[in-house]
Design a binder for this molecule. Structure first.
Ligand code: 6PG
Length: 472
């Protein structure tokens, strides 16, 4: 058969996506810069409909027209390099799909550049890790709609399926929209990981729970409204023992320095750029940065005063349930911020994002898949124009029921000296968002006092300057 699609880049994601596509009845052309990788891959899967090429020209020429090529190369310069090499062999109407974790502004630039030579360019967020790529990822494609239509049948077949059978792929919007939504997905992923880790810290260091006890608790939580992939794997992770023989749980042997590949930072940078409050995700980026300063923390731990011994009575069962509620409450704040950021970005970049659909395709395959996405879908189904999910009845009720727990857990942690940047930024955001009056009037007064920056008044329109002092 003539291959209906080609995959360029034979690292693990490229290989697994190629196998996933092949398993749905397609013949897949494959190419890699280092030919030996391609050779080894087709040799390992000699029973599969894979067509290897060892030059870009042969690879492109082997494909059915209009050509569909999935680029699975390193984000950044390597992606530009491959596009540059492939371009001379393409014809108008061909479709290039970048499935890497690409910065959305690079996708916007590439989409515009290629569009001027008649080449379609789709930037596609792919979530779910190696296994997701093989069995069914969540896919977030953005670019020309006509180009999406040409690849939609394949993408629909390889995508994960939500519990109701809906494929976890949809046309997200023009140019960089798909990679943008993937960036927000990753920011939310950072927030979820941080909030779960803070819960673990409080269970361990405030409630004195063992890893086995915590594993059981997370497994229990995973049966309810918190049900999600990350809670599920946490419950499993806590049961694993050290493979190097210390006899301890492996998680207690892992150094507390959380690295990152930059996508969480991008979503925070963009929030600052678009002037959107995105504190939970941003705090989780900072939490990783301060975790990396291990030596400095160890040193400071020997120098700086500890918490003065507080005699706080703790009812373990009660606090544990409060942690569960605080976790759900805080997770909701993080998603509220992420979705509002997408709404503001959608207007700013002119994307017309569909929030019910985005929540829908995050229900399976991706790292942040969670039960919470169902009520988010429902909220946008009821009101596609919804400004913030907190204004929807379901979330309003949860806020009412759980805000107390969020306050108690945060203040307990603060009093005991356990850092909770995620929890505390979540409850603070909630209080800011529901405040008709904030102290920003005083900020305006100061700005006007020292710099004549002017202010607005509460009782009449216009910009005013007050004569704070007579010139000397
Ligand atoms: C996914 C993940 C994945 C992402 C890493 C990066 O959706 O499968 O988001 O694409 O690259 O999880 O995270 P770090 O910055 O923590 O390495």
């Amino acid at each position: 058969d003539t291959p209906q699609i080609g995959v360029a880049g034979m690292a693990v994601m490229g290989k697994n996506l190629a196998l996933n596509i092949e398993s749905r009845g397609y013949t897949v052309a494959v190419w890699n810069r280092t030919g030996s990788k391609t050779e080894a891959f087709v040799k390992d899967h000699s029973d599969k409909n894979l067509v290897p090429s060892y030059t870009i020209k042969d690879f492109v020429n082997s494909l059915e027209k209009p050509r569909r090529i999935l680029l699975m190369v390193k984000a950044g310069q390597p992606t530009d390099d491959v596009i540059h090499e492939i371009l001379p062999f393409l014809d108008k109407g061909d479709v290039l799909i970048d499935g890497g974790n690409t910065f959305f502004k690079d996708t916007m630039r590439r989409n515009a550049e290629l569009d001027s030579s008649g080449i379609n360019f789709i930037g596609m967020g792919v979530s779910g890790g190696e296994l997701g790529a093989l069995k069914g990822p969540a896919l977030m494609p953005g670019g020309q709609k006509e180009a999406y239509d040409l690849v939609a049948p394949i993408l629909t077949k390889i995508a994960a399926k939500a519990p109701d059978g809906t494929p976890c792929v949809a046309y997200i919007g023009p140019n960089g929209a798909g990679h943008y939504v993937k960036m927000i997905h990753n920011g939310i992923e950072y927030g979820d990981e941080e909030l779960i880790s803070e819960s673990y810290d409080l269970m361990k260091n405030v409630l004195g729970m063992s890893d086995d006890e915590m594993a059981k608790t997370f497994a229990e939580w995973n049966k309810g409204e918190l049900s999600s992939y990350l809670i599920d794997i946490t419950s499993k992770i806590l049961t694993y023992k050290d493979d190097l023989g210390s006899g301890k749980p492996i998680v207690e042997m892992i150094l507390d320095r959380a690295n990152n590949k930059g996508t969480g930072k991008w979503s925070s940078e963009n929030a600052l750029e678009l002037q959107v409050p995105q504190s939970v995700i941003t705090e989780s980026v900072y939490a990783r940065y301060i975790s990396m300063m291990k030596d400095e923390r160890v040193n400071a731990s020997k120098i700086l005063p500890e918490v003065v011994n507080k005699d706080i009575k703790i009812d373990k069962d009660k606090v544990l349930e409060q942690i569960r509620e605080a976790l759900y409450f805080s997770k909701i704040m993080s998603y509220a911020q992420g979705f509002e950021q997408m709404e503001i970005a959608s207007a700013h970049y002119d994307w017309d994002l569909q929030y019910e659909q985005i929540a829908s395709i995050w229900r399976a395959g991706c790292i942040i898949r969670a039960k919470l996405l169902e009520p988010i879908m429902n909220a946008y189904k009821k009101n596609p124009q919804l400004k913030n999910i907190l204004l929807d009845d379901y979330f309003k009720d949860i806020a009412g029921k759980y805000q107390d727990a969020a306050r108690n857990v945060t203040s307990l942690a603060v009093q005991l000296g356990r850092p909770v940047p995620g929890f505390s930024s979540a409850i603070t955001y909630y209080d800011q968002y529901r405040s008709a009056q904030l102290p920003a009037n005083l900020i305006q007064a100061m700005r006007d006092y020292f710099g004549a920056h002017t202010f607005e008044r509460t009782d009449r329109p216009g910009n005013f300057h007050y004569t704070w002092y007579k010139e000397q």
